[in-house]
Design a protein around this ligand. Structure first.
Ligand code: HEC
Length: 183
């Protein structure tokens, strides 16, 4: 067969275009967010639950934890992929007149006012400007009040508690969640 450099060059150019096209599609630009910049997603209450009615009598709170569809695909072995977001609602536990906490017919604490919605999400390049000692992979944090306005907690406060959980992708209730999910 006769060697045809033009066909070869055209073929290579076509392949290169295809590769560049794929890379371009995979790398849809994600804005790099810092602590406090992660929005409270408007539709988070439609997301799957990560854990329900987390009982925190010590903090006088009940917590509801939601995860977005990306986080819902995670496995215990693989951890959470970029694009994962959690929202944790912190409700005041209702107290009786004598100050002890109320419990419902199911024996659980009763939800009162929504005090905070804590958001954490991870993505490519996020959190990389954080000092090494407080870096939590690519997770960033934000706090909102019950009315949706920004909460006062700085990201460093969130990191203080979550940073030691390196083996669990910095997620506190990792084992409990995957034990419930069954994988
Ligand atoms: C005092 C330690 C502490 C601080 C500070 C803290 N967290 Fe957490 N966080 C926890 C614990 C413990 C849990 C597990 C749920 C529970 O027991 O209430 C948790 C759970 C979460 C979850 C659900 C996913 C998971 O890890 O299980 C999110 C989201 C979250 N925290 C976000 C934040 C944000 C945002 C901040 C800062 C505004 C913050 N946290 C500050 C201790 C802390």
């Amino acid at each position: 067969m006769k060697f045809r450099p033009t066909a070869l060059v055209l073929g290579l150019a076509a392949a290169a275009t295809l590769v560049a096209g794929c890379a371009g599609m995979m790398e849809a630009p994600v804005p790099v967010l810092k602590d406090g910049e992660l929005a409270l997603p408007a539709d988070y209450k439609t997301w799957p639950k990560f854990l329900s009615a987390v009982q925190r009598p010590d903090a006088k709170q009940v917590r509801e934890i939601y995860m977005n569809p990306v986080a819902a695909k995670a496995t215990a072995a693989g951890g959470f992929a970029n694009g994962s977001v959690f929202v944790m609602e912190n409700y005041a536990a209702k107290a009786k007149a004598d100050g002890t906490l109320e419990t419902g017919p199911d024996g659980k604490l009763v939800k009162g006012d929504l005090l905070r919605a804590f958001v954490m999400g991870k993505n490519k390049g996020w959190g990389e400007d954080v000092p090494e000692a407080l870096r939590n992979g690519n997770w960033v944090y934000a706090s909102y009040l019950g009315n949706g306005q920004k909460g006062p907690e700085p990201g460093a406060a969130c990191r203080g508690c979550h940073t030691p959980l390196k083996d669990k992708d910095f997620v506190f209730r990792y084992d409990e969640h995957f034990a419930q999910k069954g994988k």
